[in-house]
Design a protein around this ligand. Structure first.
Ligand SMILES: [Zn+2]
Length: 347
């Protein structure tokens, strides 16, 4: 393992080993000239080790991660940590206050603005202030998201699995499903990974909610990562039963409505659907016509519409194929869980 510095540096300040620092770091100003400050907790372990950042609410209405970061920031003490946790509780403060995804100013997407620049638009300046102060000097990072509003997403990780350092991080988080790919241009995970800080995105559930079961799984994931990289050398990794990496060769597509009407989803709480199975029906208000939307192949429902009305072209669900071997593993795991009188949780 590389040599790690004991002292964490940011913005000309230092956090000594054994110290917990809570702070508000200015990344912009309001129209009134008041500071826009992000809340950050830095826990510098008594023992040397890697520095890890956790970020939430880059999209301002995606709240599950905010709860995850709050829990992590209060859960671990510097006496047990071998390394440093940099917990950025909320990134997109203006969007968070307005309860919306984008920066209210010109609807800019902060997660398309990294690594940002000092002399560019508002979003890129904010991104740059975060990136240079806290992200670049970390050894790896976890960025928490949810689905956009009116949809939900299965608990899963997005990661560039062609990068071995990112792949190790993604697998150690222990979500059942990893969607491979480099991510959109300007995303925090893409920019951080390019700058030498391997980073994954965790997608979980709905916007505007705290979903306790998903938050618990994410906390298990964080602990697994901290165990894998020996920030918590005595903790065990939470093995999820199965992990499926969905790479570019997998068939994956958004199934869209071909007619307008009222949408009924039939997936229940399961993520797995079989070829030919009815996923949703769309009916007109008189119930004269009912259109069935069937699965074109056997796969996992990664994303799902929650708003029950649709026009032609509206996305209904994001389906990704699974091969026979993975299917067997998932089915046997589902059987095992059903025998324990439980269901696979994902939504
Ligand atoms: Zn997001």
């Amino acid at each position: 393992m590389a040599e790690f510095s004991n002292t964490f540096h940011y913005n000309g300040e230092t956090v000594e080993p054994g110290e917990v620092r809570t702070l508000r770091h200015g990344i912009s100003e309001t129209y009134l000239g008041d500071p826009v400050e992000i809340p950050v907790t830095i826990i510098n372990g008594r023992h040397p080790g890697p520095s890890v950042f956790l970020t939430a609410a880059i999209h301002g209405d995606e709240l599950n991660g905010v709860k995850v970061v709050q829990e992590v920031a209060s859960r671990y003490s510097p006496t047990e940590l071998h390394g440093t946790l940099v917990c950025v509780h909320v990134v997109n403060i203006p969007g968070y206050l307005a309860q919306q995804r984008y920066l209210p100013i010109y609807d800019l997407d902060l997660n398309r603005s990294f690594p940002g620049s000092e002399r560019s638009n508002t979003a890129e300046r904010m991104a740059n202030a975060l990136f240079t102060t806290f992200i670049k000097q970390c050894d790896f990072g976890l960025d928490f998201h949810t689905s956009t509003r009116n949809r939900t997403t299965m608990f899963h990780v997005r990661a560039d699995m062609n990068n071995p350092n990112v792949a190790r991080l993604a697998r150690s988080f222990g979500a059942n499903v990893i969607l491979g790919g480099g991510g959109d241009g300007g995303s925090l995970r893409g920019a951080a990974t390019s700058a030498g800080t391997p980073t994954i995105t965790i997608e979980m559930g709905q916007a505007h909610r705290f979903q306790q079961r998903l938050i618990k799984r994410a906390l298990d994931g964080v602990e697994s990562v901290l165990a894998e990289y020996e920030l918590l050398p005595d903790r065990a990794i939470h093995w999820p039963g199965w992990i499926k990496v969905i790479d570019d060769s997998s068939d994956k597509r958004w199934l869209r409505a071909d007619v307008g009407g009222l949408v009924e989803m039939h997936h229940g709480r399961r993520e797995l659907v079989y070829e030919g199975e009815v996923i949703a029906t769309i009916s007109d208000h008189f119930r004269d016509e009912v259109h069935e939307v069937t699965a074109p192949f056997t796969g996992l429902l990664v994303g799902l519409l929650q708003n029950p009305v649709a026009a032609p072209g509206h996305p209904l669900c994001h389906l990704v194929s699974v091969d026979d071997r993975t299917l067997e593993v998932i089915e046997s795991e589902q059987d095992r869980i059903q025998r324990r009188n439980a269901v696979l949780e994902g939504f």
